[in-house]
Write a protein that binds this ligand. Structure first.
Ligand SMILES: O=C[C@H](O)[C@H](O)COP(=O)(O)O
Ligand SMILES: C=C(OP(=O)(O)O)C(=O)O
Length: 358
């Protein structure tokens, strides 16, 4: 029997990729980017440790598809950060990898030209260049860690990572998270199940040994220390789960397993019934819960872009509308700015007091 009959039956081809070391040598971390990354991780850790009174706000496009628009968005967010930074710590959502319910465009790394040509090496390079640029602007970056190999190429530039609702239960993602250098938020499951996120937190805080790649691109056994900065991100399921009852249930579950009560609320996805225009209402509800004395909400997430809504990827890419999401619908810039300024104004006096009573 020839080897071809039992090997790679469904594989068409394999392309050797640039190594993480080569890509990093081509696009090294500059001093100013490093400063942003170190301080970004430190502030997020301090908030999770109850040492910084601010709320973490992960805000930005559902996915990045246009680098020019992403940079224009980042410039606006960096300006806004100066206005609300005493109360809200803004981290830009820079999501390059999209987990799909069935099939669809999987993001800028997988298919940077958005034409099913899947130039993944180009995608990694474009992603790294953009992350460097955003960090050099002084804005920390957040992303979803979906592919277990891509962090070797990019995660040195990330200050906060999410594990998505579709992968929180996956052992591979928990192992990877146990070795990531930044705090990691675990979404509840798409059905609303909280246990998967609670279990994930318990798993990632422990050391793991698993298969991965090193900087030279070799297959290695990675042995990790465990990540002490896992936390829950409530994103809703069959129903929204940002209300005070669901927050209290989550607090009780965390307490029962001996985990710190740190909760980020995703105002989008099932918490807004996938209607982006509802996100400011969810954000306002969160602000009210904090005003009323909630101690465990440490942040929130908003899907926001330059323009509102979303668009299908057109056959002719020249027909793409500038600044509009090609995945989930987003709120526009004006709404984002108003939502965050209102929230900061509302919480400016309360948040520092909350810290002293924690
Ligand atoms: O945030 C993005 C989407 O909700 C997620 O990637 C699933 O998208 P889909 O259901 O359109 O595939
Ligand atoms: C896919 C996302 O969210 P979730 O995993 O909650 O569906 C996302 O935030 O882009």
């Amino acid at each position: 029997m020839s080897e071809n009959e039992i090997h790679n039956v469904n594989v068409i081809s394999q392309d050797v990729l640039i190594t993480p070391r080569e890509l990093k040598a081509r696009l090294p971390v500059s001093d100013s980017a490093e400063k942003t990354i170190l301080s970004g991780r430190k502030v997020v850790e301090d908030i999770l440790d109850g040492k910084d009174h601010r709320l973490i706000v992960v805000v930005g496009p559902c996915s990045i598809h246009d680098v020019k628009a992403a940079k224009a968005y980042a410039e606006k967010l960096a300006e806004l950060s100066k206005k609300v930074g005493d109360t809200l710590y803004l981290v830009m959502r820079v999501y390059f990898e999209k987990p799909r319910t069935t099939v669809g465009w999987k993001g800028l790394i997988n298919d940077p030209r958005m034409d099913d040509s899947f130039h993944i090496e180009e995608g990694l390079e474009v992603a790294r260049e953009l992350l460097l640029w955003i960090n050099e602007l002084g804005l920390p970056a957040a992303t979803e860690a979906l592919d277990p190999i891509s962090p070797q190429y990019l995660s040195d530039l990330i200050s906060w990572s999410a594990i998505g609702a579709r992968t929180t239960e996956s052992q591979t993602h928990r192992e990877m998270s146990s070795g990531l250098s930044m705090p990691v938020g675990f979404k509840n499951g798409t059905d609303g199940g909280l246990e998967v996120a609670i279990n994930a937190m318990q798993s990632v805080s422990q050391p793991h040994s698993f298969l991965g790649i090193n900087r030279q691109g070799q297959c290695v056994v990675i042995r990790t220390r465990g990540n002490k900065y896992g936390h829950v991100v409530l994103r809703g399921g069959k129903q929204p789960n940002y209300d005070s009852v669901n927050i209290a249930l989550c607090e009780k579950r965390l307490e029962a397993v001996g985990e710190r009560s740190n909760i980020i609320v995703d105002c989008s996805h099932a918490n807004s019934n996938k209607d982006p225009s509802l996100q400011p209402l969810v954000a306002d509800n969160i602000a009210n819960q904090v005003l009323e004395g909630n101690q465990s909400i440490v942040g929130m997430m908003l899907e926001s872009n330059i323009e509102a809504g979303n668009q299908k990827i057109p056959a002719n890419l020249e027909d793409l509308k500038y600044g509009v999401s090609v995945t989930d619908g987003c709120i526009d810039w004006q709404t984002t700015e108003k939502t965050l300024i209102d929230m900061a104004d509302k919480l400016r006096e309360t948040l520092p007091k909350r810290l002293s009573s924690k």
